[in-house]
Design a protein around this ligand. Structure first.
Ligand code: HEM
Length: 502
């Protein structure tokens, strides 16, 4: 009898789900030609499970085939949303109707253990306070100068000697790891005036923290990929598997950040620093936990983004010697004009003159955006510019990776690596941030964009003019992605470096 009632209940529940999904589907499918396939009861879940290991390629394929490059996505557990690769919709969600598309509860909850209430994981007042304080600091000339000084120091005293040594000993390097270490030392110095020295000596120190940070980012983003959204909570409660590993990694990251905060708070009375953390420590109103969240968000912002962009840039260049030649030619012209020799450091004006290099880096990010997908929540029912319905509490993701591969945005040759598409009379043009939302857009646009270009151009120019980079991966085969909060290469980027003969 009991079994019979259980089956009966299940049947009623299934019929309810069936009509529920049909209703939602009919509401949203009006404008969606060949979008994500929606199965009775299970929504997009079967295809999601089949494709989640290749989420970017799968969603790119689907969005390319549907009207306005936008489709509705439904998963059991009330995970309903819209995924888009449309510049008009990106503009609508990030700017025109910004207030209706915060990060939202789901996003914040999934990342809260790792990011707490840091700038990447907050809305409302908490976000506004951090944005205002950080914006002020990012706009100062002193920070800009400090950033360039640090990049130059890290290049001259750490990165270049490591490459010279590897070239002499014919040592294989994981270039992605080296670039992450570079970016990590750099962001810690600029944001907190702390030097973790990850690139000192043979570039193996700080390994435990680096690994923990990487694991925390990857496992936290993995929570978005569960077949059943609440499953991670059970694993967390029972301290099992990936959740156990995540909690251990977070503990290591917290320990590192706490150490920075403690030492800086102790020094507060004696010294005054001009870095970002000092502004937040300010009058002592922020708790140590909040300061820790701020520290972690800035490490994430500064470490994983520029290193991801440069790793893909060097990989792309490895099969395009024509583009590498063009970059070298541009650098030679700039050196000659400014009476500089190879190995001299470049100043702001000289970096600004590197239009072709800027185009080559932007083009690499168009195809391999460091933040490939970005997600917000919908506060109130809305109709998107193409007519697609989006309901209250649904998620909305814009897929930057897919946008770089849309013919209607970047023409027929969109999948080709072609820096020239950025150049107008030799000057690298600014693209609309809605068509190229690699740095986000609207009120939450990336604060570190200029700093990131300074860093990436300095690193790329200094390395390329002195070394040839031989990538030790199968020619023509794209490295597998590791979809974390940022786009990384699974297994790293193994290279051999050779000093150029000049
Ligand atoms: C290639 C390099 C970079 C890329 C592609 C990039 C991209 C992004 C993206 C997509 C966001 C929006 C994330 C979100 O809230 O959903 C963002 C926000 C942000 N970025 Fe960057 N970023 C880069 C480098 C940096 C650097 C070097 C810094 C600073 C040290 C930085 C600081 C920030 C901050 C503070 C925010 C938060 C803005 C806010 O929520 O108001 N970024 N960035």
């Amino acid at each position: 009898m009991e079994i019979f009632s259980l089956y009966f209940l299940l049947l009623i529940f299934s019929i309810f789900l069936y009509f529920y999904f049909l209703f939602i589907h009919s509401k949203s499918s009006k404008n969606t030609k060949n979008g994500f396939r929606i199965y009775p009861l299970l929504g997009t879940l079967p295809d999601f499970l089949r494709n989640r290991h290749r989420f970017l390629e799968w969603t790119t394929g689907v969005l390319a085939g549907c009207h306005s490059n936008t489709s509705t996505f439904l998963r059991p557990g009330k995970v309903h949303g819209v995924i888009t690769a449309s510049p008009q919709i990106v503009e609508h969600m990030l700017k025109t109707n910004f207030e209706n598309y915060p990060k939202g509860l789901r996003f914040r909850t999934l990342l809260e253990d790792f990011l707490g209430r840091g700038i990447f994981n907050t809305d409302g007042e908490f976000w506004k306070i951090q944005r205002k304080t950080a914006s002020y600091e990012f706009n100062t000339k002193s920070l800009r100068n400090f950033a360039l000084e640090n990049v130059t120091m890290e290049l001259q005293t750490r990165l270049i000697p490591i490459l010279e040594n590897a070239a002499k000993n014919e040592r294989i390097l994981d270039f992605q790891d080296i670039l992450e270490r570079f970016a990590f030392d750099n962001i810690c110095k600029v944001a907190f005036n702390v030097d973790p020295g990850c690139l000192i000596g043979d570039a193996t120190s700080g390994g435990e923290f680096m690994q923990a940070f990487e694991d925390a980012a990857t496992l936290s983003s993995g929570r978005f990929m569960y077949a059943f959204p609440g499953l991670y909570k059970i694993k967390k409660f029972l301290n099992l598997g990936s959740e156990k590993k995540l909690q251990n990694s977070i503990a290591t990251v917290h320990e590192f950040a706490d150490k920075i905060i403690r030492s800086r708070m102790e020094e507060r009375a004696e010294k005054t620093y001009e870095d970002l953390l000092s502004r937040f420590i300010g009058n002592g109103e922020n708790s140590p936990e909040f300061l820790r969240d701020i520290v972690i968000s800035f490490i994430l912002a500064g470490r994983d983004t520029t290193s991801s962009a440069l790793s893909w840039f060097f990989w792309l260049l490895s099969s395009r010697s024509d583009i590498e030649e063009n970059i070298l030619m541009e650098l030679e012209i700039i050196r000659r004009k400014n009476r500089k020799a190879i190995g001299d450091t470049y100043n702001f004006d000289e970096l600004r003159e590197m239009n072709y290099l800027q185009a080559a880096i932007s083009e690499a990010m168009r195809l391999y955006p460091p933040v490939p997908v970005d997600t917000k929540a919908c506060k109130e029912d809305d109709i998107l510019p193409d007519g697609t319905f989006i309901g209250k509490d649904w998620f909305i993701s814009y897929n930057t990776y897919a946008m770089g591969r849309m013919e209607n945005i970047w023409e027929k040759d969109c999948c080709e690596y072609k820096p020239e598409r950025w150049l107008e009379n030799g000057i690298c043009k600014q693209e609309s941030p809605f068509k190229f939302p690699v740095f986000h857009a609207g009120p939450r646009q990336c604060l570190g964009k200029d700093m990131a270009y300074i860093q990436m151009k300095s690193v790329a120019a200094s390395i390329l003019e002195r070394f040839g980079i031989d990538v030790l991966l199968e020619k023509g085969k794209c490295p597998e992605h590791l979809l974390s909060l940022t786009l990384r290469m699974k297994g790293g980027l193994p290279v051999k470096v050779k000093e150029r003969i000049v």
